[in-house]
Design a protein around this ligand. Structure first.
Ligand code: KG4
Ligand code: ZN
Length: 358
């Protein structure tokens, strides 16, 4: 069995090939650089870049896996949520390839993809349901309960900015570039986590509230910087570096403290002692340390995929596709892109209805 996976939901153009055992034969991720000039993802540019990059990325994924199109068993492709123009590039290609080759197409929910990233890294038996999942990226901050593969429910989500979006916006204020989450994380190494007391939006945590909010924090940092006369002050380079490090570390602490305490609460209220974390923000070293320590203290089994599987990639999409195939499920060839998570209905059809097996 050979599954081709395609992911183009935001600004990473990705393709991967997996075998029937969920082993990764290749995974190519091309992160679009064009958005750095605009300090944010420009949707129209993203879809044009996907058009330019998807051909070479796909060919490279096939070549690295030593697989021809004719060898493929199925195509798994992200059908939502994401930017509509970006989604359409990968989805149209995936559907056309599958239809042309006479093999099933499986439309995959991007969030579900992040939730199986740990299964790719640690094995489907170990990082397996039931578990609490946190997906924290530039576009998502969701806490979910996964009861079995393919069945998950939302326990809480951000009411405004995603965690990665907050990292990116504060990094931009501090002049750390875009996307600046990783740079902010590095800058924080030299800073004091308690230098400044930025707010934490607990949103009824004590009563089991699992929703999140990061836009107030971002605004608090902005007002604080304005108040300190940033970026004109402080004047000396050494003072500026120290200031940036302290702000970065204090801001980061606010985000990671809220994320981790929400996770412990989710584990407590559901009685589930296994946690899977994914999305670009899961690459943050301070978050990983805090989660490691907290999980150990609470006897919780924690799965943190390596950084390359936390960020957007097609391997995780292929893994969901494989799980669907094993259950005899696929999508119809007229599958549409679904930009919003709220609109996701998760309907799959038995493979036989569109594809004569055997
Ligand atoms: O999952 P991802 O690659 O794409 C989206 O679906 O958004 O996540 C990218 C996000 C960006 O906001 C980026 O700044 C953030 O993840 N990010 C980080 C780190 N590495 C990436 N945020 C904090 N610390 C990091 N080390
Ligand atoms: Zn993502």
């Amino acid at each position: 069995m050979r599954i081709l996976a395609i992911e183009t939901s935001c600004d990473d153009t990705c393709a991967a090939v997996l075998d029937g055992g969920g082993r990764l034969l290749s995974s190519v991720v091309s992160s679009q650089l064009i958005h750095a000039d605009y300090q944010g993802v420009v949707p129209e540019l993203a879809s044009r870049e996907h058009l330019r990059l998807i051909g070479p990325v796909l060919r490279r994924a096939l070549a690295e896996a030593s697989v021809d199109l004719a060898d493929l068993t199925a195509v798994a492709v992200t059908s939502g949520p994401g930017l509509i123009g970006s989604l359409l590039v990968g989805l149209s290609l995936g559907k056309a390839l599958a239809y042309g080759l006479g093999i099933p197409v499986i439309g995959v929910n991007h969030v579900e993809g992040h939730l199986v990233a740990a299964a790719l890294a640690f094995g489907e038996e170990r990082a397996s349901p039931p578990f609490i999942g946190l997906v924290a990226s530039g576009g998502h901050t969701e806490i979910v309960r996964v009861t079995e593969w393919g069945r998950w429910e939302l326990l809480g989500a951000t009411r405004d900015d995603a965690a990665g979006e907050a990292f990116d916006k504060v990094a931009k204020l501090l002049g750390l570039g875009f996307p600046g989450g990783a740079a902010l994380g590095r800058a924080s190494d030299a800073g004091r986590r308690d230098a400044y007391a930025f707010p934490r939006a607990w949103l009824d945590l004590d009563r089991g509230g699992l929703d999140l909010s990061f836009s107030g924090l971002k605004t608090a940092v902005k007002l604080f910087l304005d108040d300190r006369g940033w970026p004109e002050r402080p004047a000396s380079a050494a003072q500026r570096d120290a200031f940036v490090a302290d702000v970065a570390a204090s801001f980061q602490e606010s985000v990671v403290e809220v994320l981790s305490r929400k996770l412990w609460k989710a584990a407590e209220v559901t009685g589930i002692g296994r946690i899977v974390v994914s999305g670009g923000v899961a690459a943050n070293p301070r978050l990983r340390n805090l989660l490691d320590e907290g999980a150990e203290a609470r006897g919780i089994e924690l799965f943190l995929p390596p950084a390359h599987l936390c960020g957007d990639n097609a391997a995780m999409i292929g893994m969901v596709g494989l799980q669907r195939l094993r259950r005899g499920e696929c999508s119809r060839y007229d599958l549409a892109a679904i930009p919003n998570l709220d609109d996701w209905d998760g309907s799959y059809v038995p493979i036989e209805t569109i594809y004569p097996v055997g």
